[in-house]
Write a protein that binds this ligand. Structure first.
Ligand code: 2P0
Length: 400
């Protein structure tokens, strides 16, 4: 870069979120407005996070984007929509400040570099963390404060829920312009410290239909989806909020499983049908119900997004035994590999009764690994410039 003004660079991190009342279907594709409200749990960034550096400089000649070290097309509509939205908010803020001239930086080109601390190939939803991180980082670059749901949503609907830690709802809103379609925190991560989240990464060959195309097909063809959005979700949102408020795990778990199952039922009701679950996913469903039946209560609960990976909720005291049950049902392959990642799990022997109760033929290698995590905080700013992904020249630093 020519020796001129130094660039302005900001680096932030943002979390992954898992919906327990699912978002599926848009009423406005351009503004990314959903047909129903949704509710999610923010996962801890120690295990799963996106990190993004955004930089602006008078000397940049075009917008550029690097994802996990590889340059991508910065002209892609979702990135450009986020940029337009953040510049609009920045302009609005300046014009609200009496007579302040618009800073030239609003017309500068931007360089963005983003990495995930988990493999994209793991099939975990990375777009929510990625676009929340982009919105949060751009807001700091352009000095925008306040509501960022609109910016994150333009990238990916579920991204607005990753703007907060803890337990988050995305209110669908009513206005045609979408200004009231915003995420808000229901409870912080400290609210339910015993809650644990296990991500069961399934070995899968095929890449499933993307969410955007999938939900468009469901909106066009599934009467069940319309029924769900209008007649089921409103009461479910209230009931889920109650379960969280009261830390009622059996209530929370049952509703989470029912909502996941209903979401996948709307996928099957889509024509042609969308089949996101595979044999391993269905085995996990059976395993969870067997485990709960053995204990005579809901100790663990599954949820599945638009892919075969399972996310399992449990209280801390059930984790060791459930992980042993997962190992028993899906013997790791190769046996010596790193099967468990994240928070520590104590090895325990399964009781004979539980072995009998599980009564499943083991499916070796069905699950690649299990990431053990917990509820976590929202996006963070990294103040140390050593952590920037872009160097003083505005280009990605060589990987260490
Ligand atoms: C959710 N999913 O609530 C649901 C459950 C997948 C299943 O939000 O088109 O990537 O970018 O708004 O946010 C995935 O959809 O879709 C999703 P777009 P997004 O988490």
């Amino acid at each position: 870069m020519a020796a001129g003004e130094p660039l302005v660079a900001v680096t932030c991190t943002a979390p992954v979120n898992i919906a327990v009342v699912k978002y599926w279907g848009k009423r406005d594709e351009e503004l990314v407005l959903p047909i129903n409200s949704s509710l999610s749990v923010t996962l801890h960034q120690d295990q799963l996070k996106a990190t993004t550096t955004a930089a602006i400089s008078r000397d940049f000649t075009s917008d550029r984007l690097w994802l996990n070290g590889k340059e991508e097309d910065a002209g892609q509509p979702r990135l450009q929509a986020c940029l337009r939205e953040i510049r609009r908010l920045a302009r609005k803020r300046r014009s609200a400040d009496d007579g302040e001239a618009l800073p030239p930086s609003l017309s500068y080109k931007v360089h963005v570099a983003s990495v995930n601390n988990f493999p994209t190939a793991a099939g975990l939803a990375s777009s929510a963390a990625g676009y929340a991180c982009l919105a949060y980082t751009l807001a700091r670059v352009y000095g925008v404060e306040g509501e960022l749901s609109e910016v994150a949503r333009r990238g990916s609907g579920s991204a607005c829920r990753s703007l907060y830690g803890g337990f988050v709802e995305w209110q669908m809103g009513e206005r045609p312009d979408g200004r009231d379609s915003v995420a808000r925190q229901l409870a912080p991560e400290s609210h339910w410290p015993e809650l644990r989240v296990l991500v069961l990464v399934v070995n899968a060959e095929r890449k499933p239909t993307g969410s955007t195309a999938g939900m468009r097909a469901s909106v066009e063809t599934s009467a069940l989806l319309r029924f769900r959005a209008e007649s089921v979700v409103p009461a479910r949102m209230a009931e889920m909020a109650r379960c969280i408020r009261e830390r009622d795990f059996p209530g929370f778990g049952q509703l989470t499983m029912r909502d996941s199952n209903q979401f996948h039922a709307t996928c099957l009701d889509t024509f042609p049908p969308l089949c996101y679950l595979n044999d391993t996913s269905r085995r996990v469903i059976r395993l969870v119900h067997c485990f709960n039946a053995h204990h005579g209560q809901t100790k663990v609960a599954y949820t599945f997004d638009a892919g075969p990976n399972a996310v399992v909720f449990a209280l801390e005291d059930a984790v060791d035994e459930f992980v042993a049950a997962v190992r028993h049902s899906f013997p790791p392959e190769p046996p010596g590999g790193e099967f468990l990642k994240g928070l520590p799990v104590r090895p325990v022997l399964l009781s004979d009764e539980l072995r009998v109760a599980l009564a499943l033929d083991p499916a070796p290698g069905g699950i690649r690994h299990v990431i053990v995590t917990q509820v976590g905080p929202g996006p963070q700013v990294l103040d140390d410039s050593h952590l920037h992904l872009l160097g003083p020249d505005g280009l990605p630093k060589p990987a260490a």
